[in-house]
Design a protein around this ligand. Structure first.
Ligand code: S3P
Length: 479
């Protein structure tokens, strides 16, 4: 095995300041997207709690996950990059984390912050969390409430925002908790606290959210039980026995469906497209975007289904065609909570008026995604109405006019949705700040380029503008 002495924090990306997405006729080809972000965070965190050495391949080396890796190191685990996407973690055992000497810098990452707050709540240590301007605006009360019941105390900036200092408890209490919002982060925070707590910690979800924490804990030997709950069976009761001992794991992280959603939507909306995204995680609690696009008339298939490290994985085949509007998405919105920005782009190209409601949570993501996308779509010439909890989008029934500027507001998914908008437009779309893309999909422009997209990166850190244009025409005329 190659030992790469480069500490993760110094992995550097080409960080162009701006992006221009040019119209394209269709996308064709086969590609892979980087590892799943949710699973990558959990793989690092949980293997840092195992007794012994874990090996992770396919890890997403985006800035959010690197923030988690750096934090676990600061808390005493040995986390080493041994090759591209290949990481070794020597865990300290459940309960073995130590007080970090410096503040934990969580960057843009809500998942790192919230899961770690839960994990540290049941440790006898003190830790300070800081983050960027986006993270500093995101609500932390949803985590502070349950971890206070467990016995931790938190002093946070007014309004219960970052920066905050958490004092964990040496005598944590097991709680029986029903989160007020459908949130895998809240559920996971409570479960992670439960690992170092005596007795049984219980989380009751009204609607099931992504269950990567449960799957991984089970694979690592934790005593965890999941029962269906509620009249419709949509809810879950998760019981975790405390003072767990976790076995080290060899884990292969599948591609992130939240990243795959960008080429998938672009291909779905461009007749003549035919793409295959290989090795994508298609956990049923994450794959709502596929169902939503099928409901819009798209030809999408999951091929080569298999199970990899306890998670369902498939190749996603998309053939482009005409999309029609939808009134809401099939199933619960939490199954595709991160894919709404790019689904709104699909709705902008669809024939008819789409209406999406019940999405107030989108206002507290990396940005206010309802407001950010309403502005982005309007800039590109689309008629859109912003509701308190959703958007009404009057689709163009084909290419959108385009030509505007998108302000991503420090939000990677708004930046990439803006780029997809430009591919599906009559005139190029400018994304005013491309830097947030590195948090989850550092090689976005290259992957899109390999499928035929024409995405131009400009700025002080990019190559010459002409050379940076990620254009692979696949022998096609993309005029
Ligand atoms: C995540 C859960 C979701 C999602 C986020 C990742 C996770 O957040 O939006 O990108 O890994 O648990 P919520 O728990 O706030 O819905």
């Amino acid at each position: 095995m190659v030992t790469d002495p480069v500490p993760s924090e110094s992995l550097s990306y080409d960080r162009p300041l701006k992006l221009i997405a040019h119209p394209v006729r269709h996308l064709r080809g086969t590609a892979r997207v980087p590892g799943d972000k949710s699973l990558s965070h959990r793989a690092i965190m949980l293997s840092a709690l195992a007794v012994g050495k874990s090996f992770i391949s396919g890890l997403l080396e985006g800035e959010d996950v690197l923030a988690t890796a750096a934090a676990m190191r600061a808390l005493g685990a040995t986390v080493t990059r041994v090759g591209a996407g290949a990481w070794e973690v020597h865990g300290v055992g459940v309960g073995g984390l130590a007080t970090p000497v410096q503040a934990l810098d969580m960057g843009n990452s809500g998942t790192s912050t919230r899961l770690l707050m839960g994990l540290l709540a049941s440790h006898d240590l003190t830790a300070t969390f800081v983050g960027d301007a986006s993270l500093t605006r995101r609500p932390m009360a949803r985590i502070i409430d349950p971890i206070t019941l467990i016995g931790a105390s938190v002093s946070a900036r007014e309004g219960r925002f970052l920066p905050l200092t958490l004092v964990g408890t040496p005598e944590p209490l097991p709680i029986d908790y029903s989160p007020a919002v459908a949130s895998a982060q809240v559920k996971s925070a409570v479960l992670l606290a439960g690992l170092n707590t005596p007795g049984t910690t219980i989380v009751r979800e009204k609607v099931a959210t992504r269950d990567h924490t449960e799957r991984l804990l089970t694979a690592m030997g934790a005593d965890l039980r999941v029962d269906r709950d509620g009249e419709s069976g949509a809810g879950r009761i998760i019981r975790l026995a405390g003072h767990a001992e976790l076995n080290p794991i060899t884990l292969s992280v599948p591609g992130d469906i939240s990243s795959a959603a960008f080429p998938v939507v672009a291909a779905a909306a461009l007749p003549g497209s035919d793409i295959l995204i290989e090795g994508v995680g298609v956990n049923p609690l994450r794959s709502g975007i596929v169902d939503a696009l099928i409901a819009m008339g798209s030809d999408i298939r999951l091929e080569n289904m298999q199970t990899l490290s306890g998670e369902p994985v498939a190749d996603i085949r998309v053939r482009g065609g005409k999309l029609h509007a939808i009134d809401g998405v099939p199933g619960d919105p939490s199954r595709m909570i991160d894919e709404f920005p790019v689904l709104f782009v699909a709705a902008a190209c669809a024939h008819g008026t789409s209406r999406f409601t019940g999405l107030a949570e989108l206002r507290v993501k990396e940005s206010d995604r309802l407001s950010a996308m309403a502005h982005a779509l309007a800039q590109a010439g689309i008629r859109v109405e912003e509701l308190e909890d959703g958007l009404v989008i009057h689709g163009c029934g084909g290419l959108v006019p385009g030509g505007g500027h998108v302000d991503p507001r420090l939000d990677h998914r708004i930046a990439m949705s803006g780029a997809i908008l430009g591919l599906l437009a009559e005139r190029p779309v400018h994304v005013d700040d491309a830097t947030p893309i590195a948090t989850s999909f550092p090689d976005f422009a290259t992957v899109m380029g390999a499928l035929g997209a024409d995405i131009e990166l400009t700025g002080p850190h990019s190559p010459e503008p002409s050379a940076s244009r990620a254009v692979f025409l696949n022998g096609q005329n993309n005029d």
